[in-house]
Design a protein around this ligand. Structure first.
Ligand code: UT7
Length: 357
């Protein structure tokens, strides 16, 4: 029996940073960011808050929504590109923070496709009778990997009216192509064994295009270097992402629909059967490309990138939670999840919400 989504939850931090705020610390405009990406604002955590904290809050909300006690969770899967520490991942912190027993808890590191991979693993655990109830969470704190100085953050958050040092402004501008895209947030789902084979997760199709590894990656702070972090690396900003925006854009527009078609083929379904395409939110123009390829109206490929930016592994569950909470997912709804991101990992999953009991 396919795994069904028994509950969803999300958590985003309170600090809202608009495009106008960003324009105070770098050479950018609300117009550029809105027209090129669709992002209007994003959230950022306070210093000292990690993705584990956001994950704990999101899973707590999802458990309440599902009416499941922590003691009923058999496995925990945490997807994040931005763990609190370089090692280990956040699974142990989230497990302990939720007060769960010593169940299997593990991280997946598939970035923007991380939640999708987690969903597939949860389904596999349930299918193979290794678990009955699995919590999957995608959580990201991108604030820490922004290139912005303490002075920049003070201006950004409205705590300082002082002019920004010119060198800070120039550095922020140098990294503007990727830094304006991201925001912090977490979303979670509780998956349980379904009762019918035509409900729940119907098919998944996961892929990796390893040849595109360098489309977006962090070249420094890794164990191929000796030592794994050095002053030279930091001086060269190798701890920051390097991104080929155009290359990513073209691959995302092609590969998300390709993966979606695969799950449709596997189930003998067509686009006409799909009520919602919940696609990774990296850029509204990518979503527009997906809509065009599928000939779908905007309501069927919804977007919330305007409010949160790209929250990497948090994106799919946050969007699904919002759609579910606003009544867009009803008994029998067919939802196609699709993601593409760093790795380059991508894929799709087809899901049918159970009929009302
Ligand atoms: O999940 C994985 C994460 N990333 C992605 O999926 C990213 C996918 N790619 C994209 O979303 C787009 O490629 C971007 C939004 C990153 C860039 O959009 P674009 O339309 O491909 O712009 P571009 O890189 O071709 O840059 C156009 C111009 C450049 O100026 P010149 O060389 O034409 O003078 C950039 O320097 O826009 C400039 N620019 C900016 N201007 C104002 C780049 N970033 C900014 C900015 N504000 N933030």
């Amino acid at each position: 029996m396919g795994a069904v989504i028994a509950g969803t939850g999300m958590f985003v931090p309170d600090n809202v940073v608009s495009n106008h705020d960003l324009a105070r610390i770098m050479d950018t405009t609300d117009e550029w960011i809105t027209n090129r990406t669709g992002v209007k604002e994003r959230r950022f955590v306070d210093p000292g808050v990690g993705s584990s904290d956001l994950a704990i809050a999101a899973v707590t909300n999802a458990l309440a929504d599902a009416g499941v006690e922590g003691s009923g969770v058999d496995a925990l899967i945490t997807a994040t590109m931005t763990p609190d520490y370089l090692a280990p991942g956040i699974a142990g912190l989230v497990q302990a923070g939720l007060g769960l027993s010593h169940i299997a808890a593990f991280d997946v590191r598939q970035q923007c496709s991380g939640f999708l991979y987690g969903l597939d693993l949860a389904d596999a655990l349930i299918h193979s009778d290794r678990a009955e109830t699995v919590a999957v969470v995608g959580a990201e704190v991108h604030a820490g990997f922004q290139p912005w100085s303490a002075a920049s953050w003070e201006v950004l958050l409205g705590n300082s009216q002082e002019p920004l040092p010119q060198q800070d402004y120039e550095r922020n501008t140098e990294h503007r192509a990727w830094s304006v895209l991201f925001g912090d947030g977490a979303g979670a789902m509780i998956l349980r064994r379904g009762e019918r084979s035509d409900e729940g997760i119907l098919a998944t199709s996961l892929h990796t295009d390893g040849e595109s590894f360098e489309l977006i990656w962090v070249p420094g702070v890794g164990f191929k270097s000796r030592p794994y972090v050095s002053q030279d690396d930091l001086a060269d900003d190798l701890q920051l992402p390097t991104m080929d925006g155009g290359g990513l854009f073209r691959k995302a527009v092609r590969l998300m629909p390709e993966a979606a078609r695969m799950v449709l083929e596997r189930t003998g379904m067509t686009l006409d059967d799909v009520d919602l395409v919940v696609a990774h939110q990296a850029n509204d123009r990518i979503l527009e490309g997906v809509r065009k390829q599928f000939g779908l109206e905007p309501e069927k490929v919804p977007s919330n990138i305007g409010s949160y930016g790209n929250t990497t592994a948090g994106t799919l569950p946050i969007l699904y939670h919002e759609l579910s909470a606003s009544g867009r997912v009803v008994p029998g709804s067919v939802v196609c999840f699709a993601a593409f991101g760093a790795g380059a990992h991508y894929g799709a999953a087809l899901y049918r919400e159970p009929a009302a009991s």
